[in-house]
Design a protein around this ligand. Structure first.
Ligand SMILES: [Zn+2]
Length: 289
């Protein structure tokens, strides 16, 4: 059974359905005011996403798919140390994948070479479900090495991999979306899952705010590492990075070239100076509207 996996038609339907639903909600209940025309931005993000998907198919997939089969056959990895029921083994593997993705996300921000690629995701001047798919093709290719390490160390079966991939895609679409949930509902959800207000803070132009909320599925990793920050009002957030504030600087070609050209100091505004964090007297773990 663990050699089996979620059928592509099912995960595909879930992802496309979630995207369509979030788009509808974004139109009816937007969380943040948008600065660029939505259609133009979405078309650009989907073009970046198309190249990322091609990179995934060409580089990552041919390696990780057979690797999970091998992991399963040889019983490599932490979750294979004892024999567990399939549901428990898959759950554990997904949780550990989620944690090690948190670590990878921290590295993407902390290591200058990786930031060159990840910045292409962060320069989007708005944040919505389409941003969830907008990663530089190079970032996906480079992450293949990390992914292979995750699979072998954790012991990820083909089934667990397909569950994690589907969970990650749905989670990313949701927490990047520009949907205004009732704040009470979001507070409850946020105890377990990364939500739109929480991830909006990670996309702020204020460096200290970006350097928080690195989780991409479960909130617990930020909580455990002390990197959880929820006390920022959404209407005070400016999305993006300080170095690129103009729509002409983040067009498709500019975004694709970004890792390969001279890097601007990310956290300095074009006119000099850094955006300041708003002083907040509310505890960091309190989700503000
Ligand atoms: Zn990030």
């Amino acid at each position: 059974m663990k050699q089996g996996k979620i059928p592509v038609w099912l995960s595909g339907t879930l992802v496309v359905g979630a995207f369509a639903l979030l788009r509808l909600l974004e139109r009816g209940r937007p969380l943040r005011r948008e600065v660029e025309p939505k259609l133009r931005r979405n078309a650009r993000n989907l073009a970046v996403a198309g190249l990322a998907a091609a990179s995934f198919q060409l580089v990552e997939r041919p390696l990780i798919q057979p690797l999970t089969t091998l992991v399963e056959r040889r019983r490599w990895g932490l979750v294979k140390l004892v024999r567990l029921p399939t549901w428990l083994e898959v759950t554990l593997a997904v949780v550990l994948m989620d944690y090690t993705l948190y670590l990878w996300h921290v590295l993407l921000h902390r290591l200058p070479f990786l930031w060159r690629f990840h910045v292409a995701h962060h320069v989007d001047l708005d944040l919505d479900a389409s941003t969830a798919l907008r990663f530089h093709a190079g970032e996906l290719a480079i992450s293949t090495g990390w992914r292979a390490g995750q699979l072998v160390l954790i012991g990820v079966s083909p089934l667990a991999l397909s569950v994690w991939q589907t969970f990650l895609l749905l989670s990313a679409l949701f927490h990047h979306s520009n949907v205004r949930l009732p704040v009470e509902v979001e507070r409850k959800l946020n105890r377990v899952l990364v939500t739109p207000r929480m991830h909006g803070i990670h996309h702020s132009i204020v460096e200290e705010e970006t350097n928080s909320n690195w989780s991409s599925g479960l909130t617990v990793w930020d909580w455990l590492h002390g990197t959880l920050r929820l006390n920022v009002l959404q209407d005070r957030i400016t999305i993006g990075v300080p170095a690129y504030r103009e729509p002409e600087e983040v067009r498709l070609v500019e975004v694709l070239k970004m890792p390969f050209v001279a890097q601007r100091p990310t956290w300095v505004l074009p006119g000099g100076g850094e955006p300041r964090r708003r002083l907040c007297t509310v505890a960091a773990n309190q989700l503000l509207p």
